[in-house]
Design a protein. Structure first.
Length: 526
C-alpha cells in the first residue's frame, strides 16, 4: 500500500480576472475519511474537478496531480442518466445474466462470466437495503425522490471498494436517517474518501480536514472540532503578534522622535557656538558638516527600522482571513392577509398516501417534515403550479414562488446578471453587480454562465433574484435552500427568512437551520 493515494504539487487555478488559488501542495491518504472545506466561491468544487482530471477553456490550471490508486467522482447536482436501478448501479449486464440463469436460459458464456462473482446479487440487495432504497433492480428512476436519487448515485460509487472517492456535497437532499447512513458508508469505505461538505455532524467524524482559503490550503490531522480549535489558537496568536508589532512601531517612532530632537538640539547648539566662537572658520564648517551627516544618518537608520517592522506587521495582518459580512433582504413586503392555503384530506399522487390536512395564513412560517420519498417536493411544486383538479379539497391564494432543489428558474446558459434582470427591471447592471458583490460573487462571477458557478453560488443568485423581485411574494416555497451554503451564508439566509414578512413553507433536514429561521410550526408527511 502506497503512503499517499494522491500527491498534489504546485497546483494553481486562474480565471481571466481572478486567481482562485496558487501553488497548493498536499496529499490524500488511503483508508482515511477526509473533508475539503471553505467559503462558497473559494474553488472547492473546481479543485475537486481538477483532482479527477477536468479541464476547461474558461480557466487555466497548472501543477501536478499524481494518483496511486483508482478513483471515482460524484459532482454536485448529479443527474442520474438511467431508466432503472440496475442501470444506475452499472450492473445491468450482470443482472441480465443472473436473470437468465434463474430462468434456465443461460449460455456457457454466461456461467463463465459469473464464475467467481456469485456473491454479487446478495451484495447488491444488501447495499440497496442499507441505503433504504427499493431492492428491485428494475425499479424506475423516475419514481425516486431527489434524496433517493442521491443515495443511489452514492451506492454506485460505494460498491467500488478499490476506488478512492471524491464526493462533492453528497449530504444535500438527504434526510437525517440517510445522513447517518452516508456518514457510516464514508467511514467504512476501504479505499478512502475526500468529501466537500458543510454538514458539521459529518465533518466532526472526519480524520483529516483540508481548509481552502485565500492563503492556500491548511491540512489538519483530525476532525472539524479540532480544526476550529486550531483556527482559534492561530487567530489569537496572529492577533497578539499584530498587537506586539504595532507596539514596536509606536515605540520605535517615539525613540526616533526623542533621538532626532536631541540631535536637532545639539545641531542648534553647534550653530550658536559657531556664531560666537573664535575658532577657525574651516574647523567650524567641518564640525557642522559632520553633525549634519550624523543627523541624516540617524534619520535614515530610524526610517529603515520602522519600514522593516511595518513590513512584518503588514505580512502578519495579511495572514488574517477577513470575512466581509453579506447582505440579503426582501425588498417588496407582502400585503396579503387572511388564509393563503388549506388542505383537507388531500392525497398526493406520489409519496405518502395518508391524507394531508393543514392550513397556512399570511405571514405564517411552516417547517414541512418527511423522509426522502414522502412527497415534500411534489407537494411544494403542486402548490406553486396550483396543479389541482376541480374536486381536490385544496384552497390556494396569493402569489407563490418556488425555489426547488435544482434552481429551475435559472437559465444555466445565461450569466447571473441576465438571469436577475427579469426580476427587477429598475436595477442597472452595475447595481446588480454591487448586490452580487454583497453576497461575495465578485469579478467575472457576474458574467460567467450559471452552469459554471458552484452550487452555493447558483443558490445565492437564485435567492438574490427572489429577494429583489419588484413583485411582492405572498408565499415562499423553499426546498432545502441551505444546501450548498457555507456556514456563515446559512446564517445570512436564516436571518433573511426570519425577517421575511410573507408566508413560508420550508423543507429542511437541518433542525439547527430551521431554528435559526425562527420557525416553530411544523407539519409532517408520514
Amino acid at each position: 500500500m502506497t503512503q499517499q493515494a494522491c500527491i498534489i504539487s504546485q497546483l494553481s487555478l486562474e480565471f481571466p480576472n481572478q486567481l482562485l488559488f496558487k501553488n497548493l501542495n498536499f496529499s490524500l491518504y488511503p483508508q482515511q475519511a477526509s473533508a475539503l472545506i471553505g467559503q462558497n466561491g473559494q474553488g472547492k468544487s473546481l479543485l475537486m474537478q481538477l483532482l479527477q482530471g477536468f479541464q476547461s477553456d474558461n480557466f487555466q490550471s497548472s501543477g501536478q496531480i499524481i494518483w496511486n490508486t483508482p478513483y471515482a467522482y460524484l459532482p454536485q447536482l448529479y443527474r442520474l442518466h438511467a431508466e432503472n436501478i440496475a442501470q444506475a448501479l452499472g450492473i445491468e449486464h450482470l443482472q441480465q445474466i443472473f436473470q437468465r440463469i434463474e430462468q434456465g436460459l443461460a449460455s456457457i458464456e454466461d456461467y463463465e462470466t459469473v464464475e467467481d462473482i456469485w456473491h454479487l446479487p446478495h451484495e447488491w440487495q444488501n447495499l440497496l437495503d442499507q441505503a433504504n432504497l427499493p431492492t428491485d433492480l428494475n425499479f424506475p428512476i423516475a419514481q425516486l425522490s431527489e434524496g433517493q436519487k442521491t443515495r443511489l448515485a452514492l451506492c454506485a460509487l460505494f460498491q467500488k471498494k478499490d476506488h478512492y472517492l471524491l464526493l462533492d456535497e453528497p449530504s444535500n437532499h438527504l434526510d437525517q436517517a440517510s445522513r447517518l447512513w452516508l456518514r457510516q458508508s464514508i467511514l467504512d469505505h476501504p479505499a478512502g474518501v475526500l468529501v466537500i461538505s458543510h454538514d458539521q455532524d459529518l465533518l466532526n467524524n472526519m480524520q483529516h480536514i483540508y481548509a481552502l482559503n485565500a492563503h492556500g490550503i491548511q491540512h489538519i490531522h483530525g476532525n472539524f472540532h479540532l480544526y476550529q480549535q486550531h483556527v482559534t489558537a492561530q487567530t489569537e496568536a496572529l492577533t497578539q503578534s499584530i498587537q506586539q508589532q504595532k507596539r514596536q512601531v509606536k515605540q520605535v517612532k517615539q525613540q526616533q522622535h526623542t533621538s532626532l530632537m536631541k540631535a536637532q538640539k545639539r545641531q542648534n547648539q553647534g550653530q550658536r557656538l559657531r556664531e560666537n566662537s573664535s575658532q577657525a572658520k574651516i574647523l567650524m564648517d567641518f564640525n557642522k558638516e559632520q553633525a549634519g551627516q550624523s543627523f541624516a544618518k540617524l534619520k535614515q537608520q530610524h526610517s529603515r527600522q520602522i519600514s522593516e517592522i511595518s513590513q512584518r506587521l503588514a505580512e502578519t495582518q495579511s495572514q488574517q482571513i477577513h470575512v466581509k459580512s453579506q447582505r440579503l433582504q426582501f425588498i417588496a413586503p407582502s400585503q396579503k392577509t387572511g388564509e393563503l392555503l388549506r388542505f383537507t384530506d388531500f392525497i398526493l399522487p406520489f409519496g405518502i398516501q395518508s391524507p394531508i390536512h393543514f392550513a397556512l395564513h399570511a405571514g405564517e412560517k411552516l417547517h414541512l417534515i418527511g423522509q426522502n420519498g414522502a412527497g415534500k417536493s411534489t407537494l411544494l411544486d403542486m402548490i406553486h403550479q396550483q396543479n389541482f383538479v376541480g374536486d381536490d379539497p385544496v384552497f390556494v391564494a396569493g402569489r407563490s414562488v418556488y425555489l426547488d432543489q435544482n434552481f429551475s428558474f435559472l437559465d444555466p446558459k445565461r450569466n447571473a446578471i441576465d438571469n436577475l434582470k427579469p426580476f427587477n427591471t429598475n436595477f442597472s447592471d452595475t447595481e446588480w453587480r454591487n448586490l452580487l458583490g454583497q453576497l461575495r460573487l465578485r469579478g467575472d462571477k457576474a458574467t460567467l454562465e450559471i452552469k459554471h458557478l458552484s452550487g452555493g453560488e447558483k443558490l445565492k443568485v437564485a435567492l438574490l433574484a427572489l429577494s429583489q423581485s419588484e413583485q411582492a411574494i405572498d408565499l415562499l416555497l423553499l426546498d432545502e435552500p441551505e444546501n450548498h451554503l457555507d456556514l456563515d451564508s446559512r446564517e445570512l439566509l436564516a436571518n433573511a427568512i426570519a425577517d421575511f414578512t410573507g408566508a413560508v413553507i420550508l423543507v429542511s433536514h437541518d433542525q439547527a437551520f430551521v431554528d435559526q429561521c425562527m420557525i416553530s410550526q411544523h407539519y409532517e408527511l408520514t
